[in-house]
Structures are given as C-alpha cells and as structure tokens.
Design a protein around this ligand. Structure first.
Ligand SMILES: C[S@@+](CC[C@H](N)C(=O)[O-])C[C@H]1O[C@@H](n2cnc3c(N)ncnc32)[C@H](O)[C@@H]1O
Length: 326
C-alpha cells in the first residue's frame, strides 16, 4: 500500500486508533498495515486484523506473551519472562521494540575452541540452572540466524541493536549480522584492568552496534571505546556493569522507549533502562536469573538503590559526562 492510499484511509485509521490504548501510536499502525499489505476495504476483516494485533501481546497486557510473564511491575513498564530466547522473541508482536541491548551466552568459545572450560566461574560441567555457570545459547549458524531474524522482526523500523561479543564470537558470528542489519560500529568496552586469558590477558569485550533502517545517535561526540570497570564481587556469573547498558541506551533511546534484552542474566540492562526512563522487557532461560532480576528491580523501584551494583563503575570523565548529560 502506498502512503497516499494510507492517507485516503485516514478516517478508518483514526477510528482504529480510538479503539486502541493511548500508547499505540499512529506511525506504528500505518507501518503495520503497509508491511502486512492489509486492505482496509470491504468487509472489515482488515480493520479487525489490525485491532487484534495491537490489542494483544506487549501493547495491552494481552494474552500471547503475558500468560507466561514471571514478573511485571504494576505499571507494566518492566516485564520479565523465563523462556528460551527464540520462544520469547517469537511471542512478541512485530515492531514492538525500540531498542535491543543484549549480552548472549555464547557456546562457541567453550565448545569449539575448548577454551574457558568454566575456569572463569565455577566448573563448566556444573553449568545449568542454579549452578555457578549457566546454560548457553547453542550458537549454531542456524540458531544465530533465527535469533537475528527475530530481533529484526520485533524491532520497529529505524531503530538500533547492540549485541555483545567475546573475541571468538566476534570472528565467527558477528559477520552474520550484516545479512540482517546495517552494522555501523564495533565498540570496545575497556574494563580498565586485565582479567584471565590465554596469551594476552583479556581487558575488553566487543559490542556490535547496528541499525534497522536509519537512525542517528543521540549525540555526535560519543567515543567507540567505553572505559567502565568490571564488576568484581558479582552476584551472578558474567554480571555486567549497568553503565555498559546505560551507554547503549543513552546513545540511542528516547524516554519511554521499549528496551529489550533476551539474555537477561542479573538484570543489569533492566536497571539501566529504569535509570534512563525507558520501559523494559526481557527473558532468560534460568530461574536464578529471573529471581535475581525480579528482586533487584523490585528493590530498585522501592528504594532507588541497586543491590547488585551499589556504586558507579565509571571514573572516566568522558563516559561520566555522557551518562550525566546524555
Ligand atoms: C552472559 S549472561 C548475561 C549477563 C547479563 N548481561 C548481566 O549483566 O548479568 C547470558 C545469559 O543468557 C542466559 N541464556 C542461556 N541460554 C539461553 C537461552 N536459550 N535463552 C535465553 N537465555 C539464555 C543465561 O542463563 C545467562 O543468564
């Protein structure tokens, strides 16, 4: 359907919008009609299809996703699901997410390079729910492609995605992003102190920044190296500083954006979203993650403090200024 045709149907679209909650905006409705080539002529089936879509799932506490919600704040701004990443993403409506920020549990490094072996945290053979390690996303090409395709489907047009990578997955999986998204930058999270590692000791992780369509960053002076100290006394394996996710949000999002992290872990991305006035929806396969995140978010909302990361991990002036003013 062309723009001019949508315009002809303005009255019908207005009447659809009247029947939907305020949070559904006209642009999303028009986009949905255009993408799905829905006809608004004739017997009203098209109108009904649009109403069904926007009255379900994420938009209005509908049934598709929400029956499985593990935790939801009273105002619905934070929703957490205990689900596998693909099941979760498939249950979200298309064009329902404004920003994806995520730190997947890659299996490649352990399984193919035989590195790690759980020496970093616990024993690899102990992995699984409740153990010191956690289940990993089986990152075959097929699974990873399916993951990226779902990310693209749920993301609204002209929006960003940030995905974290270790050195191995950056070489093996990150190139696949170019088939689904427009890769714009490879960012480095500099942890400022060396950790474990073979040969050179690891001090960084990568974040691939990509877009679906066109979208500017919120500022023009953001560097591609983020100096943020690592979490040392972590309560959850591979707990990341909230500021790493805050930087992603600060550089892309507007207030009330729906931010999504389908590999939630300790919920650092959820806390970062709250700090920046965004809505949040996420999932993790492990019940320990859901419990940790639920308690962390509840406490943060009631007391304004972060139980898992009480203090800022940023002393770099440039990063501090972006987080304060961005
Ligand atoms: C690297 S951790 C995320 C850490 C998180 N960014 C934080 O700051 O705490 C990856 C998470 O992915 C989860 N995970 C593994 N396989 C998954 C799957 N198939 N679906 C959803 N989550 C999965 C793990 O339970 C783990 O919590």
């Amino acid at each position: 359907m062309k723009n001019s045709q949508v315009f002809d149907y303005q009255d019908i679209i207005s009447s659809i919008l009247e029947q939907l909650p305020d949070m559904v905006c006209e642009a999303d409705v028009v986009e949905y009609i255009k993408t799905n080539k829905i006809s608004l002529n004739g017997d009203g089936k098209g109108v009904q299809a649009v109403l069904n879509f926007f009255q379900n799932g994420l938009y209005v506490n509908g049934k598709t996703v929400d029956e499985k919600v593990s935790f939801e704040t009273e105002d619905g701004r934070v929703k957490i699901y205990q689900q596998d990443v693909l099941t979760f993403l498939k249950s979200l409506p298309s064009y329902s997410i404004d920003l994806i920020i995520t730190d997947p549990a890659y299996s490649g490094m352990n399984q193919r390079l035989k590195l790690g072996k759980g020496k970093i945290i616990g024993k690899y053979k102990d992995k699984g729910d409740g153990a010191k390690w956690f289940d990993e996303f089986h990152d075959t090409e097929e699974n990873y492609n399916a993951f990226l395709a779902e990310c693209s489907r749920v993301l609204k047009p002209n929006r960003h995605i940030f995905i974290m990578f270790d050195s191995y997955s950056l070489l093996s999986l990150a190139p696949m992003l170019r088939e689904t998204f427009e890769v714009k930058n490879i960012l480095v999270w500099d942890k400022q102190h060396i950790g474990l590692g073979h040969y050179f000791r690891r001090r960084h992780e990568f974040i691939v920044f990509a877009s679906k369509g066109k979208r500017h960053l919120t500022a023009k002076n953001i560097p591609d190296v983020w100096r943020i100290k690592r979490v040392t006394n972590f309560k959850y394996p591979t707990q990341k500083p909230t500021e790493v996710f805050e930087m992603m949000i600060a550089s892309s999002a507007e207030k009330d954006f729906v931010v999504c992290d389908p590999f939630l872990g300790s919920g650092s991305s959820a806390i970062a979203s709250l700090k920046r006035g965004c809505k949040f929806i996420g999932c993790d396969i492990a019940s320990s993650s859901i419990e940790t995140t639920t308690n962390r978010v509840k406490w943060y909302l009631e007391n304004g403090t972060d139980t898992l990361q009480p203090n800022s991990l940023v002393d770099d002036k440039e990063i501090k200024s972006i987080l304060t003013n961005g």
